[in-house]
Design a protein around this ligand. Structure first.
Ligand SMILES: [Zn+2]
Length: 201
């Protein structure tokens, strides 16, 4: 006899789920089977939420933070205009700084860090856009809120040189930031201290 497996739509769903970060083959199967068995509106609500994010959430054209659909809530806030710019690797890092409550300026999301081994150079990180912003907006300070590992250091050193060339006062978070893991893994208190103890570079 022919051995039975999952029907094609379920297999296709499992294949999609497996590619998501943090979900392995077993987890993908469990979620897919749960969806197949759900008799209520939850699968439809999930599908709707997925489409809404895919269609409406974009990186903010000014700062790179999550935006819906044009400007983000941070760039749209007049109370933050004219304040310092905090440079972070990922949009989730900006959220971590927001949660610390210790910063009231705007952000600039690089989308990564300089990593020659992974083929990521300055031009991949929107550095020209950042320099353009600094020349136009003349922020009182640019804070580099990057991880304190080798690649975070290399990125900070490079940015500090470029930003100083653009006439900015550049500071960096105090040491004690988690290496590599991203600011989202730092506690609120750690971030508050790191922001409070930032030093000029
Ligand atoms: Zn923005």
């Amino acid at each position: 006899v022919k051995r039975a497996g999952f029907p094609a739509p379920l297999t296709a769903l499992i294949d999609q789920l497996k590619r998501l970060p943090g979900i392995g083959p077993r987890g993908a199967e469990r979620i897919a089977v749960w969806i197949a068995r759900s008799a209520d509106a939850r699968p439809a609500a999930l599908a709707e939420a997925l489409s809404a994010v895919a269609e409406r959430v974009r990186p903010c054209p000014r700062c790179g933070f999550f935006a819906e659909p044009d400007a983000c809530a941070i760039c749209g806030d007049p109370a933050r205009a004219g304040g310092p710019i905090c440079v972070v690797e990922q949009a989730t890092d900006a959220l971590a700084v927001e949660r610390s409550g210790a910063f009231a300026g705007s952000y600039h999301v690089l989308g990564g860090r300089i990593s020659p081994l992974d083929g990521v150079g300055p031009e991949d990180l929107g550095v020209p856009r950042l320099l353009e912003r600094v020349r136009e907006e003349r922020p009182p300070e640019v804070i580099l809120a990057l991880g304190s590992d080798v690649e975070g250091d290399a990125t900070a050193i490079y940015l500090a040189q470029m930003l100083a060339g653009a006439g900015a006062k550049v500071t960096r978070l105090a040491q004690g930031m988690p290496a590599g893991g991203g600011l989202e893994h730092a506690g609120e208190l750690t971030l508050q201290r790191a922001l409070g103890g930032r030093r000029e570079v």
